[in-house]
Design a protein around this ligand. Structure first.
Ligand SMILES: NC(=O)c1ccc[n+]([C@@H]2O[C@H](COP(=O)([O-])OP(=O)(O)OC[C@H]3O[C@@H](n4cnc5c(N)ncnc54)[C@H](OP(=O)(O)O)[C@@H]3O)[C@@H](O)[C@H]2O)c1
Length: 330
């Protein structure tokens, strides 16, 4: 029998992409409901040939669906998820609210799909930068255990939501016109800048985004991999980039790495320095895979590799991964 699915946060950057991904996949879904805040009542979103009207999020309405894809901030997820679970709706949550809860599976379907079946009503979708990094690491980890990772991210505006994309565009236009840029979605004006500050600071000096990359990677890969991250927002619209330094137990050559990635359908290698070929955000926008380039030996340590990874944060980093989890369940 076909299932029913609600998207809560359907008007946001992730929610809209979820609707697109559901439309593209031929899932056994008979009914889709779109929900957001009262500001969005009556907005229309097309899924295939159906025009669906956005409704105000109310537990009684959303809990009529078999599954709920939650794409709202973590405070709201914390409130809505337990109420929906109590009423029997299975929740796939995109926020950070439950990701490190021992009772809640944190799933990247290519890496730990079996965890999805072991849920108690809720499954968490990992952080966008984490999903991308885990997929970049996992093929290498499968040939030699990874001991330590040093990663620097170059994260796009869409990672901070739809308002942040609008702010990047307005701010860029203002700066070009000599007008002062107002910033709300970002801590500093984003145009022509790079901001090494995503989410709030922890007393350790790391940001919460950086700690997510470490803690979530360990949980998904079921390994004590040490991850030292620096997360930076840059003025691109969509797709996150990551420069990843990987230290393995045994030596992994560039050829070994290429063979490992070849076996992994969700990871594509675009790596031909002679032809200036490596993944770039505009070329990866709209794809579901993670793209790897600049694979090279780290000459400063015995068993080290450097790679460059780019992925669409709204698709594989959020919506596609969530819909793949849904696909596993239905
Ligand atoms: N953006 C990414 O790349 C990404 C990646 C991974 C995870 N995530 C996570 O996914 C979640 C959504 O992120 P986003 O980027 O899509 O944010 P966004 O573009 O700001 O969208 C937020 C959504 O939440 C809705 N909302 C706000 N207040 C609400 C309320 N009181 N009741 C019901 N709905 C409400 C908004 O509806 P209105 O339009 O009506 O205000 C909108 O649909 C966040 O937890 C984020 O951390 C994002």
């Amino acid at each position: 029998m076909g299932k029913s699915v609600a998207i809560v946060g359907a008007t946001g950057a992730v929610g809209r992409t979820m609707a697109k991904v559901i439309e593209e996949k031929n899932l056994n879904i008979t009914k889709i409901g779109l929900f957001a805040s009262k500001r969005s009542i009556g907005k229309k979103i097309n899924i295939g040939s159906n025009e669906i009207i956005v409704e105000k999020t109310e537990i009684d309405k959303v809990s009529k669906y078999d599954y709920c894809l939650l794409a709202v901030d973590s405070k709201l997820s914390q409130k809505l998820a337990p109420e929906l679970i109590k009423k029997g709706t299975i929740v796939i949550d995109n926020s950070s609210a439950f990701r490190l809860d021992h009772q809640v599976p944190l799933v990247v379907p290519e890496v730990n799909p079996q965890k999805a079946y072991n849920h108690k009503g809720i499954i968490s979708n990992p952080n966008c930068s984490t999903i991308q990094m885990v997929l970049s690491l996992y093929p290498i980890h499968s040939i030699s255990p990874i001991q330590r990772v040093v990663v620097s991210t170059y994260q796009s505006a869409s990672g901070a939501g739809q308002k942040a994309v609008d702010e990047l565009k307005n701010c860029t236009e203002n700066v070009l016109n000599g007008v002062k840029c107002q910033n709300e979605a970002f801590i500093h004006p984003i145009a022509f800048s790079a901001i090494p500050h995503i989410d709030s600071f922890d007393p350790s000096g790391y940001t919460k985004e950086e700690l997510k990359m470490s803690n979530e990677t360990q949980k998904i890969m079921n390994s004590q991999i040490k991850v030292s991250a620096t997360c930076v927002r840059i003025p691109t619209i969509n797709c996150h980039c990551e420069s990843i330094n990987i230290q393995t137990k045994n030596k992994v050559t560039v050829t070994d790495a290429l063979k490992a990635y070849e076996k992994f359908p969700s990871v594509k290698v675009w790596d031909n320095p002679k032809e200036n070929i490596y993944p770039l955000p505009p070329n990866v926008d709209g794809y579901d895979d993670v793209f790897i380039g600049r694979i090279r030996q780290d000459k400063t340590i015995e068993n080290g590799l450097n790679i460059w990874s780019v992925a669409d944060n709204l698709r594989k980093g959020a919506a596609t991964n969530a819909v793949q989890i849904l696909e596993l369940l239905i």
